[in-house]
Design a protein around this ligand. Structure first.
Ligand code: 6PG
Length: 476
């Protein structure tokens, strides 16, 4: 055996990971169900490094040094299980299977458990950065055992993106930790994109600007606090013209956002963990709303599509207000995402270091951004930070943007322009800082109709009132 690592599943992500590995000096065993794909990879890119292609899975496995490390890069769900089932009989104790797809962390936990009974190490590994990242340096989030990390760490760190000389890859934690963190990364990605979309809508509506003009605004924003990959490509997409019609590309795209499911998983998990990730949830639901054409049509017919005026008489101030609202909402979205990572880590005993996650998201991944450095600093200064929002740097940012944030949300509401992520983030912020929440009334209602009991502000214990209705029920 001569290969240091193997890759099976050579669609574009697997292919690019394999090339990245080879370019970084690793001898890479290759396998794909349809062998032609393996052959074309070697034919087109064989000169980039050393590949060991095999048509049969047995030969592929045999070509890898022990303990073997095998990356599986196939569709999440049943296809992943199918490949694992084929691989397992061919493996030896101590061998490592790495699932680099966007698997659900619960599946990863199940697979890890099942394989560890057989002495095989299963690593659920988040990989972010799309096709380009896979080839030139992604952010890599591996879970799994120490043994697996010892074998994989040096290899993964050699192919990951680098920021300030630091590879964007650390061992996230045991079993499903890597895929969990990747899932939350995607949830944050959804929130980031929704916030950007709302900002674009407000700029377009308020300024009557063309997409190309708005592209310029985003380009300027990318030089400040908001500097990030998503802001950068927003400028690119907005500046794009449609080749057929010569109109802005964004105007020929059907306005229904799709999703493959990771945002939905993030929200489902947050519900189970009881973490209010309202920004991510609104972003996920906003995509769902956009896709319900069968309701949007009748709603337009029933209510009309008119919107009110947005006051952009001071153009620069208007743009700056939208920017500040975007930034404050973004801080909320990240604060919520990091809350979820911490809650997942406690629930599953993963001991995930949130500051380290911010570090490995600085490069390679879709949400890479300048302000992740600040998140890392915040957790370094206080590992027990109750919320990112109260870390001094972010608290200042929110205070600084607060008036603008309120202006933007209230103006949008008055004009009838939906800003679900901006508005829910602001409500979240106001909810957290409220002296007394009307949750007290909810407790009262629960005690009234269901004797669910309540706690008091002045005494410990659980209490219940004998409501008039209780007596009626006894009489009946
Ligand atoms: C990444 C991306 C990647 C993928 C998303 C898209 O980190 O590289 O997140 O995983 O592009 O899953 O998700 P949707 O299709 O759900 O928008």
């Amino acid at each position: 055996p001569s290969a240091t690592i193997g890759v099976t599943g050579l669609a574009v992500m697997g292919r690019n990971l394999a090339r990245n590995l080879a370019r970084n000096g690793h001898t890479v065993a290759l396998h794909n169900r349809t062998h032609a794909r393996t052959e074309s990879l070697v034919a087109e890119h064989g000169d980039e490094g050393t590949f060991v292609p095999s048509e049969r899975l047995e030969d592929f496995v045999a070509s890898i040094e022990q303990p073997r490390a095998i990356i599986v890069m196939v569709k999440a769900g049943a296809p992943t299980d199918a490949v694992i089932d084929e691989l397992v009989p061919l493996l030896d104790e101590g061998d490592i299977i790495v699932d680099c797809g966007n698997a659900h962390y619960a599946d990863t936990r199940r697979r890890e458990q099942q394989l560890s009974d057989k002495g095989i190490h299963f690593v659920g590994c988040g990989v972010s950065g799309g096709e380009e990242g896979a080839l030139n340096g992604p952010s890599i989030m591996p879970g799994g055992s120490r043994h697996a990390w010892d074998r994989l760490g040096p290899i993964f760190r050699s192919i990951a993106a680098e920021v300030d000389g630091e590879p964007c890859c650390v061992h996230v934690g045991p079993d499903g930790a890597g895929h969990f963190v990747k899932m939350v990364h995607n949830g944050i990605e959804y929130a980031d994109m929704q916030l950007i979309a709302e900002a674009y809508d407000l700029l377009r509506e308020g300024l009557g600007a063309t997409p190309a003009e708005i592209a310029d605004i985003f380009r300027t924003w990318n030089e400040g606090d908001l500097e990030s990959f998503l802001i950068e490509i927003t400028a690119v997409v907005l500046a794009q013209e449609d080749a057929d019609t010569g109109t802005p590309f964004v105007d020929v795209v059907v306005d229904q956002a799709e999703q493959k499911g990771t945002g939905r998983w993030t929200v489902q998990s947050a519900l189970d963990l009881g973490v209010p990730i309202t920004g991510i949830a609104e972003a996920t639901f906003a995509r769902a709303l956009s896709s319900h054409a069968e309701q949007r049509g009748p709603a337009r017919d029933a209510f009309g599509t008119e919107t009110g005026e947005l006051d952009a008489s001071d153009r620069d101030e208007y743009i700056e207000n939208v920017r500040l609202a975007l930034y404050a909402s973004k801080v909320v979205a990240y604060a919520q995402g990091f809350d979820q990572i911490k809650a997942g880590s406690v629930e599953y005993d993963w001991d995930v270091d949130p500051g380290a996650m911010a570090m490995i998201w600085r490069g390679g991944c879709i949400i890479r951004a300048r302000f992740l450095d600040r998140i890392h600093d915040a957790y370094t200064d206080d590992p027990d930070l109750p919320s990112l929002l109260v870390a001094p740097y972010f608290a200042d940012a929110v205070r600084n943007g607060l008036d603008a944030w309120r202006q933007v949300v209230s103006q949008a509401s008055l004009a009838g322009i939906p800003v679900p992520a901006f508005a829910s983030s602001l409500s979240y912020f106001d909810g957290l800082r409220r002296e007394r929440l009307p949750a007290a009334l909810i407790q009262g209602l629960r005690d009234n109709f269901g004797a669910h009991t309540y706690r008091r502000i002045d005494r410990d214990g659980m209490f219940h009132i004998e409501w008039a209705g209780d007596a009626l029920q006894h009489d009946a």
